[in-house]
Structures are given as structure tokens and as C-alpha cells.
Design a protein around this ligand. Structure first.
Ligand SMILES: *[C@@H]1O[C@H](CO)[C@@H](O)[C@H](O)[C@H]1NC(C)=O
Ligand SMILES: *[C@@H]1O[C@H](CO)[C@@H](O)[C@H](O)[C@H]1NC(C)=O
Ligand SMILES: *[C@@H]1O[C@H](CO)[C@@H](O)[C@H](O)[C@H]1NC(C)=O
Ligand SMILES: *[C@@H]1O[C@H](CO)[C@@H](O)[C@H](O)[C@H]1NC(C)=O
Ligand SMILES: *[C@@H]1O[C@H](CO)[C@@H](O)[C@H](O)[C@H]1NC(C)=O
Ligand SMILES: *[C@@H]1O[C@H](CO)[C@@H](O)[C@H](O)[C@H]1NC(C)=O
Ligand SMILES: *[C@@H]1O[C@H](CO)[C@@H](O)[C@H](O)[C@H]1NC(C)=O
Length: 648
């Protein structure tokens, strides 16, 4: 090194630091020059990221500095990778499938894992910990006695997929324990099929299963079918989860004396859909207990279909069901229909914070000698149709002024009696505090509640347009290319995103789903012009608490401005749902801690001045007690989302 010319040495150091992007090392060696600053803020010129930044500069020369939140989402792929993958995409996109592990890691995408088949032979008392992404088939089939325990399985993973098929089938006296399974996961899929089929005795226990998962898709099919005396316990199942689906079908079907207990199921969850179908159908003496089910949830939706139908002497009890939850809907269809002497007990049902809706259709209909009791039931009685005319009792309605259904009267006249309950209900729906606010709240010194604006989606990058543009934006094709079948959490996300993107725009809306940063830049340039700039709230600081508004700046001098808002979708690579929103004012507001008055965040808020096309049931009108067209409605731009306006 000592013999090198100083200038050459400078260039070697310059290039090394430049390519690794480590600005701090660089400034150690050289004086702060303009060149150094430029080097520090620019990535390796041969990456997709640098190419996207050059495209951005060319397309929107007047947009001002590029904000780091968007730079961080640009593709990290090298020029060589782009060339390789884009020619594969151009030829046959499905040729990418076998290359997914390398592509997904280099391009920072969200992909399904490669599932390894389990080759283990069953041994008594197996312990599995820190396992992930396994495909268990015929594991523990015909096991006699013993116990398997799964602990911290697929912990804290992105997109885990676990499948169990014919696990513990025909086993006798065999126990399974799943603890802290798939905890904290993101976009989680688990698939239990024919689990414990025809097992005799033994017990399965699931606790803290899928706790704190985001967008889980959980499925139990023909679980415990034909089993005899096999006990299942679910404790703290799917607690604290966000936006998922779970389905139990054919569970305990034809089973004999298969008790299952759900305790604290979906406690504290947000928008969980649960479906129970053909559950305990044709079963004998099934005992199912649900307690603290759906407690404290936000909009839990549960459907029970043909549950316990044709069963004999089954007992189901629901205690503290949907307690303290916010709205939500339950539907029971053909529940215990044609069963023989079913006993169903609902205690403290629907003691919701905000009342939801219940539909009971064909409930215990044509059953022989049913015994159904509702105690302290706080539901909407208009939802009972075609239920058994005998053996159904209602005790102590929560609201004494609501007339309990007259069981000898027809369901139609019951509906009339109850109609005031239904009409009064919608008004009470709960909307997260601070989610919507008036423009007058955006003033220095105002204290406001701040909703949870955290980006809950897994981190991903854009694909360069050279690759994304060559992939068919078609759910059938993309779920295949990304090896994410429609019945996995990721496959579902792909299908939903594409459907939402293909939905016709609403009146006055111009929308686009950019599948690359370059596409988004084009759309912003087209709508806003050559000075378009993206803005987003700086961080999630202040979420779920009170905040104090500091200095407020109106974009475009506080006048009405053109804006394109872009919402993140759940997809293997970044895809945004962007739409131009007419008649808005956009603000940047300093967000201060209420007690210390220190700046903790900088928020971007958008105020919609014309709300006349919004639906009357929109959360904004419930929260602000108003009607479409009567008020303006403002909200924060959430972390991960952005709004493009003119740079200012
Ligand atoms: C799991 O393995 C079975 C057979 O071993 C196979 O049929 C199935 O497709 C595999 N599932 C996944 C998701 O890989
Ligand atoms: C439900 O969740 C809340 C908050 O996470 C917790 O305090 C409570 O104990 C849980 N309830 C049950 C029955 O587990
Ligand atoms: C109905 O079930 C309740 C328990 O929920 C029990 O106390 C009662 O005796 C049963 N009635 C009949 C007629 O079987
Ligand atoms: C219940 O309905 C029946 C049939 O419509 C009617 O004869 C009876 O008086 C009603 N009972 C009460 C308490 O309203
Ligand atoms: C009870 O129901 C009546 C009629 O729907 C309603 O006006 C009243 O507010 C309810 N009371 C409570 C405590 O929910
Ligand atoms: C998506 O691709 C499938 C399979 O290639 C094709 O059958 C279907 O028509 C395509 N859908 C649309 C909307 O183009
Ligand atoms: C789930 O199991 C069902 C039944 O075995 C199977 O058809 C389906 O492909 C599985 N899905 C996944 C994602 O493993």
C-alpha cells in the first residue's frame, strides 16, 4: 500500500466504501468534501436500487430529496441478478420457482419456505423443539402409548408453513403436546389433516398456539374423526393475533366421546374469521366446551355449520363467549340439527363491549328432545330462525327492556318485537380512538389520541421493473410461480391483493397497483407532475396513546392539493394500491410527548374535504358523529403507507 500513489489510494478507498455503502469508514480517511457526501448518500451504482434512484431523478426532477423510508424499500439486487432473473421471467416465469430460495433472499422478498418432509421414525416420547417448516406424514401412526411434545415450533418466523397429515392416526393412548407453536409468526400456515383419525384414548393439547401471529391461516380437517375417547384441549389458541382465518372441519366427525375444550380462544385478536363445519357431526356423546372464546376481540367472525348435526347426546357449552369484544358476528347454521337429545348451554354469551350480530338458523331443528339454554344472553334475537320450537329456554336477558323471545310465537313476530334493538345498534360501533379526526385538531397545543399506526406487515422490497413487469399479475399464475397455494396464508394474500387491484375504481377514483418503484414513480408523475414527492409519518412513535400536536405545516401552503395515496398490500414483493384522492389538504405535524413536550415523531395527515360519496356507516362518521358530506375527515398516513403530493 505504501508504494501506491496517494490519488490511487484515494480511489481504492473511495470505491471500497462506495460499494459497501459504509459512509462512516469513508469519512475517517478523507476530509468532508462534496464528493464524499455524494458517495455517502448513494448506493453502489450497479444495483437495482441505484437504477431506481436514477429513474426517479429523471422522471421527477423537481421532487426534492428522496426520503429514506422509500429508498429502504428499493430492490437490493445486483445488476447481474437483474439480468439473470429478468431473462428467466421473460422466457418462462415458472422457471423462477426452483430458484426461489436464492431469489427471495437476494431480492428480500416474502416467500413460502421449502417444506422438508419429515423422515423421522416415530419413537416414544419424542421431543421436538426449535423445529420449523416441516411436513409430517403418517407420523406416529398406530403409535401405542407415549407422548410427543412440540415446543417453540416455528417460533417467530416469517411465512412458516407446517403440515401434519395422518399424524397419530390409529394411535392408542398416545399424547401430543404443542406449546408455544408458531408464536409471533407472520403470514403463518398450518394444516392438520386427518390428525388423530381413529385414535383411541390419549390426548392432544395445544397451548399458546399461534399466539401473536399476524395473518395466520390455520386449518384442521377431519381432525379426530372416528376417534374414540381422544381428548383435545386448546388453550390460549390464536390469542393476540391479527387478521387471520381458522377453520375446523370434520372435527370429531363420527367420533365417540371425544371431548374438546377451547379456553381463551382468539383472546384479544383482531378480525379473526373462524369456521367450524361438520364439527362433531354424527358424533356420539361429544362434549365441547368453549370458554372465554373470542374475548376482547375486534370484529371476530365465527361460523358454525352443521355443528353437531345428527349427533347423539352431545353436550356443548359456551361460557363468556365474545365477552368485551367489539361487534363481530356469529352464525350458527343447522347446529345440532336432527340430533338426538343435544344439550347446549350458552352462559354469559355476547356480553360484548359493542354488540355484534348473531344468526341462529335451523338451530336444534328437528332434534329429538333438545335442551338448549341461553343464560344472560345479550344477543340480537332477530337472528333466530327456524330453530327448535321446544326445549329452548332464554333466561335473564342482559337488557331488561328488551322483550325476551316468546317461544310459542312465530319467529316472524319475534323479529318485529326485537327490531328496535337492531336499529339502535349500529350507532354504537366502536372505532379506534384517533383513527379519524377533524381538521381543527391539527393545531399546535391540541392533545389527540393516536391510533396504532404501526406497519404490521413483514419487511420486503420492490422487485425491479425489469423483473416484476414480466411476471403475470394473475393469482392463478403467481401463486404457482411463488409456490404459495391458494390455501396458504401467503397464497390467500396474493389472491386478495390481485382481486382488490382488479376491482373497478369507484366514482372519481383513479387507481393503479404499481408492482415496482418505477411504476409508482410513473403514476405519481402522471397525476402530480414533475415535482411529486412521497411523504409518510416518520415512525410509529406515539401509537395507542395521547399525543400533543407541535408545529403544523400545510403542504401547498395549506391549500387544496392533488394527492396520490399508496397503501401497502400483502404480497411476496412490494405492491401498493395507489389512488388519486381529490379535494384534500395534506399536513405535516410535529408530534410531541404530552408530558415532556419533546418531539417524538413527525406525522403526515390527510384531510378529505368532500365526504359526500362515503357510506353513512363509515367508521369516520360513527367516530365523529356526523354524516356523509357534512364534515371533512382527517387521518394519519400509517407507517408503510405514503401519500404523494407536490414537493414543498
Ligand atoms: C408433504 O408430504 C406429502 C407426502 O410425503 C406430499 O404428498 C405433500 O405434497 C407434502 N406437502 C407439502 C406442502 O410439501
Ligand atoms: C386475554 O388477554 C388479555 C390481554 O392480553 C389478558 O390480560 C387476559 O388475561 C387474557 N384472558 C384470558 C382468559 O386468558
Ligand atoms: C337441561 O340441561 C340443564 C343443564 O344445562 C339441566 O340442568 C337440565 O336438567 C336439563 N333439562 C332437561 C329437561 O334435560
Ligand atoms: C306468546 O305468543 C303466543 C302465540 O302468539 C300468545 O298466545 C301468548 O300470549 C304470548 N305470550 C306472551 C307472554 O307474550
Ligand atoms: C335496552 O334496550 C332498549 C331498547 O332497545 C334501549 O333503548 C336501551 O338503551 C337498552 N339499554 C341498555 C342498558 O343497553
Ligand atoms: C389467469 O391465468 C389463468 C391460468 O393461466 C387463466 O386461466 C385465467 O384466465 C387468467 N385470469 C385472468 C383474469 O386473466
Ligand atoms: C392441506 O391439506 C389438504 C388435505 O391433505 C391438502 O389438500 C392441501 O394441499 C394442504 N395444504 C397445504 C398448504 O399444505
Amino acid at each position: 500500500m505504501a508504494t501506491l500513489e496517494p490519488l490511487l489510494l484515494f480511489f481504492i478507498l473511495f470505491f471500497q466504501c462506495y460499494s459497501s455503502g459504509e459512509a462512516s469508514t469513508f469519512t475517517l480517511f478523507t476530509a468532508k468534501t462534496a464528493a464524499a457526501n455524494a458517495a455517502a448518500s448513494k448506493p453502489n451504482p450497479f444495483t437495482a436500487k441505484a437504477a431506481a434512484l436514477r429513474y426517479w431523478d429523471r422522471k421527477i426532477p423537481g421532487g426534492g430529496p428522496h426520503p429514506s423510508f422509500l429508498i429502504s424499500k428499493l430492490s437490493p439486487l445486483s445488476a447481474l441478478d437483474i439480468a439473470t432473473y429478468s431473462s428467466m421471467a421473460a422466457g418462462d416465469p415458472s422457471s423462477l420457482t426452483p430458484r426461489l430460495p436464492a431469489l427471495c433472499s437476494a431480492a428480500r422478498l416474502l416467500c413460502s419456505p421449502v417444506i422438508s418432509p419429515s423422515l423421522e421414525k416415530h419413537q416414544d416420547n419424542s421431543h421436538f423443539s426449535n423445529y420449523e417448516n416441516m411436513n409430517f406424514t403418517n407420523y406416529g401412526s398406530a403409535a401405542a402409548g407415549g407422548k410427543d411434545s412440540f415446543k417453540k415450533y416455528s417460533d417467530s418466523l416469517n411465512v412458516p408453513v407446517d403440515t401434519f397429515r395422518r399424524y397419530s392416526r390409529d394411535a392408542a393412548g398416545h399424547d401430543d403436546t404443542f406449546t408455544a407453536y408458531s408464536r409471533d409468526g407472520n403470514v403463518v400456515t398450518t394444516n392438520f389433516t386427518s390428525y388423530a383419525t381413529a385414535a383411541t384414548g390419549g390426548a392432544g393439547s395445544f397451548s399458546s398456539y399461534h399466539q401473536q401471529a399476524n395473518v395466520p391461516n390455520l386449518k384442521f380437517t377431519n381432525y379426530d374423526a372416528d376417534a374414540n375417547g381422544h381428548v383435545e384441549t386448546f388453550t390460549s389458541y390464536a390469542d393476540d393475533t391479527n387478521s387471520g382465518d381458522q377453520s375446523f372441519s370434520g372435527y370429531g366427525k363420527h367420533g365417540n366421546a371425544v371431548p374438546s375444550t377451547f379456553t381463551s380462544y382468539a383472546n384479544n385478536s383482531n378480525v379473526i374469521n373462524s369456521g367450524f363445519a361438520n364439527y362433531a357431526e354424527d358424533g356420539n356423546a361429544a362434549t365441547d366446551t368453549f370458554s372465554s372464546y373470542g374475548r376482547n376481540g375486534n370484529v371476530p367472525e365465527t361460523t358454525f355449520r352443521s355443528y353437531g348435526a345428527n349427533g347423539n347426546a352431545g353436550t356443548e357449552s359456551f361460557t363468556s363467549y365474545r365477552d368485551e369484544s367489539n361487534v363481530g358476528d356469529d352464525s350458527f347454521q343447522s347446529y345440532d340439527k336432527e340430533g338426538n337429545h343435544p344439550t347446549v348451554k350458552f352462559t354469559n354469551y355476547g356480553n360484548s363491549f359493542n354488540e355484534g350480530s348473531d344468526r341462529f338458523k335451523g338451530y336444534a331443528e328437528n332434534a329429538n328432545n333438545p335442551n338448549v339454554s341461553f343464560k344472560t344472553y345479550n344477543g340480537d334475537i332477530t337472528g333466530f330462525t327456524a330453530y327448535s320450537k321446544t326445549g329452548v329456554t332464554f333466561k335473564s336477558y342482559k337488557n331488561a327492556s328488551v322483550v325476551p323471545p316468546n317461544l310459542s310465537a312465530s319467529p316472524e313476530s319475534m323479529a318485529e318485537t326485537a327490531s328496535p334493538v337492531r336499529s339502535g345498534k349500529t350507532v354504537n360501533r366502536w372505532v379506534e380512538p384517533g383513527k379519524f379526526f377533524r381538521e381543527s385538531s391539527l393545531r399546535t397545543g391540541v392533545v389527540l389520541p393516536m391510533p396504532d399506526i404501526r406497519d404490521k406487515m413483514p419487511e420486503r422490497s420492490f422487485l425491479p421493473r425489469g423483473i416484476a413487469g414480466k411476471l403475470p399479475f394473475n393469482a392463478t399464475e403467481l401463486t404457482r410461480i411463488f409456490a404459495a397455494p391458494a390455501d396458504t396464508a401467503l397464497g390467500r394474500a396474493v389472491t386478495d391483493t390481485i382481486a382488490e387491484c382488479q376491482r373497478a375504481p369507484s366514482r372519481g377514483e383513479t387507481k393503479r397497483c404499481p408492482t415496482s418503484a418505477e411504476d409508482m414513480i410513473d403514476f405519481a408523475a402522471q397525476v402530480i407532475g414533475s415535482s411529486a414527492a412521497p411523504r409518510s409519518t416518520e415512525s410509529a412513535a406515539g401509537s395507542k396513546g395521547d399525543i400533543l400536536i407541535g408545529q403544523v405545516k400545510g403542504i401547498n401552503g395549506g391549500k387544496v392539493t392533488k394527492a396520490v395515496s399508496c397503501h401497502q398490500s400483502l404480497f411476496p414483493y412490494l405492491v401498493y394500491y395507489c389512488h388519486s384522492v381529490p379535494m384534500v389538504r395534506v399536513y405535516e405535524a410535529e408530534i410531541l410527548a404530552v408530558d415532556t413536550k419533546k418531539r417524538i415523531n413527525r406525522g403526515v395527515a390527510i384531510c378529505h374535504l368532500d365526504t359526500s360519496d362515503w357510506s353513512a356507516g363509515h367508521g369516520a362518521f360513527l367516530a365523529l358523529e356526523s354524516k356523509p358530506g357534512e364534515i371533512e375527515v382527517c387521518h394519519w398516513i400509517f407507517q408503510g403507507d405514503m401519500t404523494w403530493t407536490i414537493s414543498d
